[in-house]
Write a protein that binds this ligand. Structure first.
Ligand SMILES: [Zn+2]
Length: 106
């Protein structure tokens, strides 16, 4: 095999996902984050990030206070999940071959 043929063959190599399962792009290495569920170290651009709004007040009381015009501060908690935990929680799903190429949100 000539070098040129080799380059063509490398380009034709199949990839499972358009993003190769990460949001890294052409960047080299990235830092690691720990999965909130199992503790596995995952590259930051591979981990699934889930942000939830946490109200410090009981929801029924919060609604009443909001009707009275009160401002209710809220905390946001951000968690990172490894892929297997994200699948387990239903954050991401196993998709068909063609659907995997799409990067649009659901
Ligand atoms: Zn995990």
């Amino acid at each position: 095999m000539t070098f040129k043929e080799y380059l063509v063959s490398v380009k034709a190599m199949p990839i499972k996902r358009k993003s190769r399962g990460r949001s890294k792009g052409q960047k080299g290495r990235s830092g690691y984050v720990q999965c909130s569920m199992c503790g596995e170290l995952v590259p930051r651009d591979k981990a699934k990030k889930a942000t939830r709004r946490i109200s410090l007040v009981d929801p029924v009381l919060a609604r009443e206070l909001r009707q009275k015009g009160a401002y209710l501060p809220a905390r946001f908690d951000t968690k990172y999940y490894c892929i297997s935990c994200a699948v387990h929680l239903g954050l991401v799903k196993v998709r068909a071959k063609e659907a995997r190429k799409s990067r649009s949100r659901r």
